[in-house]
Design a protein around this ligand. Structure first.
Ligand SMILES: *Cc1c(COP(=O)(O)O)cnc(C)c1O
Length: 472
């Protein structure tokens, strides 16, 4: 493809995406294909000769689109949002076009410096502790996901707890970590990946961390010869959106010298609005923190912002320097080499899409969208509370609303299936107190209170249909 052809096709693709944005509500939100349907339509072998671009886009439309679940539909309420926005897509495009590999400052200085700068902007935007700023001992870095951020935090904590011994010779005694029952699976996965064992992850508290159970478990582990080292507090846990008490947990961490990591993957974005900043009360006790602009801050996947209060702990855990990466800038100590802040060596120029989004929306533009989402969730809460057929699960914060019909598990399952099969909206479920619970996670960029009001009408309508079908 020549630059001239790229110019033409690029414009076609942007047009196609703009049409998609305008028409996204006309698709069934959840893809309806069966396993294998998409592959069955693809040629068994790759083409020997190049094909025209038109043929590729035609196949995107005919073969791929039916297998797409429309995360960018304003009626997408499943799991958690993974929203995007036009400036983010354009930032991603510029990043792809420049094709920069930003492993070291010297492999593309703008990639590193814009990233450091965006992460400092976000400290200000979310009013995070000053210790996370790059001009202090800490600093921020973009990771692909919260899972990677938490793994890096755990590895830095492991390094600190063993004073580097584990780096050289592996673990000599079990290291133990602590979370609530509702913490994200990525913490258990990090324990497994780090070779520390899922059995050494303790669940101290049902839903949220119970600080006295945490302290008791830490003392017991220590007296039995294990090394407690790591606690993850969750802000807005995935299942039902619970928040750990950072101050109380942080107090136990300080007393027992445990690394305090805070996972605010979705909820963290809310702190851009001053009225929601209470979610971060006690964050000054954290050694590390992460949140995902790729969930709720209009930046397309992938983009997790990860902060530490002491970058040396992280870098000493993850840095290995082979001769072929040596360079003057790194040796001078004046630059950040983000390869030492993450698991892979290579890294994309992700700061561009953050920069494009923050500049296009402005801080106020982001605040307004987040506020609208929370207001839409509040509206849904009040509808549920007014209803005789449904109950709202409490506590219920920000943009996640959990509820159930009084008809029991089977009824709720049928209702969920009916709603999703109709295709106009997509929501998912969780189990709370061993009862099936419906979840609506509100955060697609264009979701408004009007969408949520409409969704609620569909829920009521479908539940009435389900009641009628059960009476027959
Ligand atoms: C979504 C989520 C994660 C995982 O996010 P990834 O970026 O996909 O790894 C972790 N923790 C919480 C609380 C989440 O909501």
């Amino acid at each position: 493809m020549t630059p001239e052809q790229f110019r033409a096709h690029g414009k076609q693709v942007i047009d196609w995406l703009a049409d998609y944005m305008e028409q996204v509500e006309s698709y069934p939100v959840q893809s309806r294909v069966e396993p294998g349907d998409i592959r069955a339509q693809l040629p068994s072998h790759p083409p020997a000769a190049g094909e025209p671009f038109e043929a590729i886009m035609e196949d995107v439309q005919q073969l791929i689109m039916p297998g797409v679940t429309h995360w960018q539909s304003p009626h997408f309420y499943a799991y958690f949002p993974a929203n995007n926005s036009p400036p983010s897509i354009l930032g991603e495009l510029v990043s792809a076009g420049l094709g920069v590999q930003g492993m070291l400052w010297s492999t593309s200085p703008a990639c590193t410096e814009l990233e450091t700068h965006m992460l400092d902007w976000l400290v200000e935007m979310l009013d995070l502790p000053a210790a996370f700023r790059s001009d202090r001992a800490g600093g921020g870095v973009i990771q692909d996901t919260a899972s990677s951020a938490s793994l890096c935090a755990l590895i830095a904590a492991r390094e600190r707890a063993t004073r580097g011994a584990i780096r050289r010779s592996g673990a000599s005694q079990p290291l133990t970590a602590y979370v609530s029952t509702d913490a994200h699976l990525s913490i258990e996965k990090a324990m497994i990946i780090a070779g520390l064992g899922s059995e050494n992850l303790r669940r101290v508290g049902d839903g949220v961390i119970d600080p006295s159970a945490l302290a008791a478990a830490v003392s017991r582990d220590r007296s039995e010869g294990r090394t407690p080292f790591f606690v993850t507090s969750t802000l807005g846990a995935t299942s039902r959106g619970l928040f750990d008490d950072l101050t109380a947990v942080g107090e136990v961490c300080r007393e027992h010298q445990l690394w305090h990591h805070v996972d605010a993957a979705m909820a963290g974005t809310a702190a851009i609005c001053p009225e929601f900043r209470g979610i971060h009360a006690g964050l000054a006790t954290a050694n590390s923190y992460c949140f995902n602009p790729h969930k709720w801050m209009f930046v397309n996947f992938d983009c997790d912002c990860f902060y530490v209060d002491d970058r040396q702990a992280l870098v000493s855990a993850l840095s290995i320097l082979p001769e072929y990466l040596r360079n003057q800038a790194s040796e001078s100590g004046q630059v950040i080499d983000y390869r030492d802040w993450q698991i892979p060596l290579g890294r994309r120029f992700r700061a561009l899409k953050l920069w494009f989004v923050i500049r296009t929306f402005g801080v106020e533009g982001i605040q307004n969208r987040v506020r609208e989402h929370v207001a839409a969730a509040d509206l849904l809460r009040s509808r549920i509370e007014e209803s005789d057929e449904f109950e709202l699960l409490q506590p219920s914060y920000l943009n996640l609303v959990c509820f159930r019909h009084h008809g029991g598990d089977e009824f709720n399952q049928q209702l969920l299936d009916r709603l999703n099969a109709a295709g106009r909206m997509f929501l998912t479920h969780t189990r709370v107190d061993d009862r099936l619970t419906l979840r609506m996670s509100i955060g697609q960029t264009n979701t408004t209170a009007a969408h949520v009001e409409q969704a609620w009408r569909w829920i009521v309508e479908m539940s009435q249909q389900e009641e009628m079908s059960q009476q027959e």
